[in-house]
Design a binder for this molecule. Structure first.
Ligand SMILES: [Zn+2]
Length: 328
């Protein structure tokens, strides 16, 4: 259970907006709260629901101690409904059941709130049913729709909601969330660098293609130091085979960028910012083999290679040229 004050640290704009509406007693009939995983959609919805039911009306924060607050927190409040996908979708029957419940007057008060999680997963029939419901708002009913993909909701639903956009998580917040979900700190650092969203970052932990990509990257870096004359053949045989389309190759180039940026961080003694923490020993060894000017040149070459790929230069050509530049 989080108070607005705590949520405001994570989502300052959204929470301030809600607090303003509470102060002015201008509660909308429907809210659409959208943001990536981990952006606190559910927590904000729950705190808003608490505020709407709490008996203590002089404060912005719900009191969390009155009878109504306690019952909302226990998940056992008849006038608050949470709707979640039943399997892969939210079905028409679920919305109909909600409507039936709400046709009777409030059990505890006239105030009613329903929260629809993953609202983009409503079937077309469910969405149309909800739309009818939204078109006949009752004074005391508040709908709170939550989604990661707001563009997949019907425009007609979106236009009836007060839309609240949550800001994306910072890299640091994603890293923290990954660690809390059981990812090792070393991997969490790399995954948040590679994937800008928590769901994508989490998926990397099970991604065999990505695990192999990391291995190849380290092998290539080791070859460049131990047997630079074999690097080109390795790129042609192994690298191009694994990174077999443009997006994958761009990911490969990003891994190379992290490697050489990390070498630069080691050169300037800034280990706080290392991304490839799992390979700290190899990085420390490698950093002795490059001068700072070499690193600058290689980083520039990788950035140029990314640009060429984006301009559709032939991938093999781009990688061969880059390999020669990395050999110095
Ligand atoms: Zn209360």
């Amino acid at each position: 259970m989080q108070r607005f004050e705590e949520l405001e640290h994570v989502q300052p704009v959204a929470v301030r907006m809600l607090k303003q509406m509470i102060t002015n007693q201008r509660i909308a009939h429907a809210y659409l709260i959208h943001g990536d995983s981990g952006t606190k959609k559910r927590a904000i919805a729950q705190t808003l629901a608490l505020r709407l039911f709490c008996q203590e009306t002089d404060t912005i924060e719900p009191c969390l101690t009155c009878r109504d607050c306690k019952r909302v927190i226990s998940g056992n409040y008849p006038d608050l409904h949470w709707i979640k996908p039943d399997g892969l979708s939210i079905k028409k029957e679920q919305i109909e059941a909600l409507q039936r419940e709400f046709t009777y007057s409030g059990v505890e008060s006239n105030r009613k709130v329903y929260i629809i999680e993953d609202a983009d997963l409503m079937t077309v029939n469910a969405a149309n049913r909800l739309l009818k419901f939204l078109e006949e708002p009752s004074q005391e009913t508040t709908a709170i729709l939550l989604t990661k993909n707001q563009q997949q909701l019907l425009d007609t639903i979106r236009s009836r909601c007060q839309v609240i956009a949550l800001r994306p998580l910072s890299g640091q917040a994603i890293e923290q969330a990954l660690i809390e979900s059981g990812v090792t700190p070393e991997n969490a650092r790399l995954f948040q660098a590679v994937a800008p969203q928590l769901d994508q970052a989490k998926a990397l932990d099970q991604d065999e293609w990505f695990a192999e990509a990391r291995k190849l990257m380290v092998q290539l870096m080791q070859l460049l130091i131990d047997k630079p004359e074999e690097a080109l053949l390795f790129v042609e045989k192994n690298w191009m085979n694994h990174f077999d389309d443009r997006d994958k190759l761009l990911m490969g180039l990003d891994l190379l960028l992290y490697w050489f940026k990390d070498l630069m961080y080691l050169h300037i003694g800034d280990i706080e910012h290392l991304v490839l923490l799992s390979y700290k020993d190899q990085l420390e060894q490698a950093s002795l083999r490059y001068r700072r000017i070499d690193l600058v040149n290689i980083l520039t070459a990788i950035t140029q290679a990314k640009r060429k790929l984006n301009q559709h230069t032939h991938p093999t050509l781009v990688m061969e040229q880059l390999t020669l530049q990395m050999q110095r």
